[in-house]
Design a protein around this ligand. Sequence first.
Ligand code: NAP
Length: 258
Amino acid sequence: MSGRIAGKIALVTGAGSGLGEATAQRFAEEGAHVVITDINAEQAESVCQDISAAGGSAEYHYQDVTDERAWDTLVGMIIKDHGRLDIVVNNAGIVIRGSVEDTTLEDWRKTQAVNLDAVFLGTRAAVKAMKGNGGSIINISSIEGMVGEPTAAAYNASKGGVRIFTKSAALHCAAEGYGIRVNSVHPGFIATPMVENAIAAAPPVEGAALLERVNSEIPLGSMGEAVDIANGCLFLASDESKYMTGSELVIDGGFTCH
Ligand code: NAP
């Protein structure tokens, strides 16, 4: 098996769609065996089949990333079946729009549970599994973990939490000499079902205006593609980034330069 991460065992959460799907595909193209997890079984199984049809190696398991016990079960199974875990991408996420005034406590907690608590659970489980061999943990934050958005109060808070939590975990792993690197990725606006659904959910005039505003504010002129983020994850997963830990990889068409 050849490729930039040949022979590595990689876990990608939320890999049934969007950025997780593209990342799982790139990892498989570069020689990794990819464990795909998601709550959307139909979509994730289809991603798995596509990878196999293209000559890659993948398996799917149902996983709700907010379930603490399921993390132990899943990682235990990966170690039992493959003997190791080299790469974990904590990618699954949700967006519930709302300002500080109109976000309910329920929506706030749901957002933190999927976007932040689960990244903690996934990172903790990965560190435990990787301790002996080293590895790379990639936490998907957002540019919205760096800059504010008036209608994304809960999302902003969750992604900002992922950004700084990643640095804490990176420092701990470095201090312990585990050989585990922990980095965050900060996508800008990328055309995936998450963004397309948010635009579709807005009233028609507002949705079109939102799309126009977003595109006009991106220095490179338009939204990115899922593969742009997948390529960043591939770099962080591979030994090409061996001197990077606690870093923030921003992939946003220049959006945060303003
Ligand atoms: P997406 O297309 O909606 O894909 C997310 C996947 O995660 C879906 O398959 C979703 O399943 C799954 N999921 C949701 N809750 C889950 C849970 N509790 N456990 C396991 N899986 C769960 O979104 P995306 O755009 O690819 O986003 C992926 C990540 O990138 C997220 O963390 C997001 O915040 C981040 N991000 C995206 C953008 C962007 O522009 N697209 C920008 C910055 C950051 P269902 O479809 O059934 O809900």
